[in-house]
Design a protein. Structure first.
Lengths: 64, 505
């Protein structure tokens, strides 16, 4: 898997500035994490009860 | 010179008729749409059909490359199925075995988000309306995804108006660079693989619903051997001035931010191509393989091989395109790419690339594949599931359920960009700043006299013996600024036609 190393471009990029300019993203991220447990409770309630049958019967014709 | 980017989405929805002994997706789709048209007053009067679609100008077999290569198949048009024009300027119809809704033409990416959200609401209201008509125990359910997980795909197509003066080969090169790499924020996420011979990592998850179904670099097909760049040459506008880039490679998005970026960045990249301002060519050694490789690389690390022997990551390409788009706006302004909204696109683009580079998990409130992966991993850990478990596959599908009480995307804490009340209004009101305004107003005011409509014309029957066709080959005309007063001043279709004279809308 040696070819998986990331190749970093030498060209200057805007990513350094972007770290300082976008703190809201990480704040939003931590808020969202705190809500995950509530969310999973809700998923337990609304998820299709017979998942196996549901997935098996979800068949679509190709479109476009 | 870049032409103003008129934009639109055409979304085919997955459909399930629950509780039916012999479900038929075509009749279920017809029933769904008719139930909506009747319940929401979009069928003009009892006994009269909704305003139909006019196929006179449809030429989906025209190929942008000139003569199409032997063996390529043009899509067929089915004219016998439900096919309605809505008062917001949209088209709601049965395509193959799916309900499909095309947004009206929009002048910027935020407007596309608004009309895409309106389309979701129309689908939800359609499901409510059809429930009243079905026997107890039956229900028709609509999903906004692109795959059934069993090798069948249906599309969310995008449209961009571009200048006819640009050589199509240049569009292909620029579009390919963007389409291969934009999945990192446009992907809707998918459990499993539908391509033989390509393995997924141990999480069994990929960024895109659609990448498995893309098999060619360039082509006319949409139902088999699907290409990265589709060559359908059907501008629905003045063909001497315009092309319509018809994009079939993308996923349908539940996240408004993802839709905003998908359409907003692609409009910018098309302007870069038109004005020869691309940072470089990014010619991939094997574009289709690169597309699939990006979809399977949720750590966003893998280098993609370029034809010149160098490599670049998907993030690297996107950073370069962003820098070029920002320079473009500074140098040429934003008139051709949605005005002020283009600056919002660039700001969000940068924020999202930064997040993806640091930790994609930061973007669970903005990007579908990240939001879905968080639900899948959380659910898996809570219940100690194997990644093959059917409950995870069910969760994947139900993320895209458009019933408000069942949708998992609606519960995932996704940021919204448009006001819900505005989206409700957009279900019936056309956008003010494209020709869709003219189409929508005609249907609101004079539906009884409109025989048929399509993207670039409306046909009236005002009882004069012959039908009157109003041509709309200029997508930026027919706006509220052009014809708003005219509608206020006209009491009848006859008067409207007289005032329009031979000038068109």
């Amino acid at each position: 898997m040696a070819e998986r190393e990331q190749i970093r471009k030498p060209a200057p990029s805007p990513r350094e500035q972007s770290v300082e300019e976008s703190p809201p993203a990480s704040e939003r991220g931590s808020d969202i994490k705190a809500q995950l447990d509530d969310l999973l409770d809700e998923i337990d309630e609304v998820l299709e009860t017979n998942a196996e049958d549901f997935v098996k019967s979800y068949i679509q014709k190709g479109g476009e | 010179m870049a032409v103003p980017k008129m934009l639109g989405l055409e979304t085919e929805y997955g459909i399930v008729h629950r509780g039916a002994s012999e479900p038929n997706p075509i009749s279920a789709s017809s029933l769904l749409i008719n139930a909506y048209l009747i319940a929401h007053g979009q069928a003009p009067e009892p006994g009269r059909a909704a305003v139909g679609w006019d196929f006179t100008d449809e030429t989906p077999g025209n190929d942008a490359r000139g003569g199409a290569p032997a063996g390529s198949l043009a899509p067929e048009i089915e004219t016998h199925l439900v096919n309605a024009v809505l008062t917001n300027g949209a088209r709601y119809y049965v395509d193959h075995a799916h309900p499909e809704l095309s947004t009206p033409e929009c002048a910027d990416a935020l407007s596309v988000v608004l009309y895409d959200r309106a389309a979701e609401l129309i689908a939800a209201r359609s499901m409510e309306a059809v429930r009243m008509l079905l026997p107890p125990g039956e229900e028709i359910v609509v999903y906004k995804n692109n795959s059934d997980g069993k090798g069948n795909s249906y599309g969310c197509h995008e449209n961009y108006l571009v200048s006819r003066a640009v050589p199509f080969s240049r569009i292909v090169t620029g579009a390919t660079a963007h389409f291969v790499t934009r999945q990192i924020y446009c992907g809707a996420g998918k459990m499993g693989s539908e391509t033989s011979g390509m393995r997924l990592d141990d999480a069994g998850y990929q960024l895109s619903q659609r990448a498995d179904f893309i098999e060619e670099e360039v082509g006319l097909e949409t139902t088999l051997k699907r290409p990265i760049v589709n060559t359908r040459d059907e501008p629905h506008a003045d063909a001497a001035k315009y092309r319509r880039l018809h994009v079939i490679v993308g996923d349908a998005n539940m996240s408004q931010v993802a839709t905003f970026l998908k359409v907003g960045t692609t409009a910018l990249v098309m302007a870069l191509v038109e004005d020869d301002a691309m940072p470089r060519e990014f010619r991939f050694a094997t574009p289709v393989a690169a597309l699939r490789q990006v979809s399977r690389d949720r750590h966003l690390r893998q280098p993609l091989e370029l034809a010149d022997g160098t490599t670049v990551t998907a993030l690297g390409v996107q950073w370069e395109l962003l820098a070029a788009a920002r320079a473009y706006l500074e140098r040429r302004g934003a008139d051709a790419v949605g005005g002020e909204v283009a600056h919002l696109v660039v700001a969000r683009w940068e924020e999202v690339l930064g997040g993806l580079e640091r930790d994609p998990g930061e973007l669970a409130g903005q990007i579908d594949w990240v939001a879905k992966l968080r639900l899948l991993e959380g659910f898996r850990d809570r219940h100690g599931l194997d990644f093959q478990d059917a409950r995870l596959r069910a969760l994947d599908i139900q993320y895209h359920d458009l019933r408000p009480d069942r949708s998992l995307a609606a519960r995932a804490g996704l940021e919204t960009l448009v006001d819900e009340a505005a989206a409700v209004e957009a279900m019936t009101e056309p956008p003010p700043d494209t020709r869709a305004f003219f189409r929508g107003r005609c249907l609101q005011r004079f539906a009884a006299e409109v025989v048929a409509a399509n993207w670039d014309s409306i046909v009236f029957d005002v009882g004069e013996g012959s039908l009157r066709r109003v041509s709309m080959t200029e997508p930026a005309r027919g706006t509220v600024a052009h014809v708003g007063d005219l509608f206020d001043e006209c009491d009848s279709a006859m008067e409207l036609l007289r005032r329009l004279g031979s000038a068109g809308a």
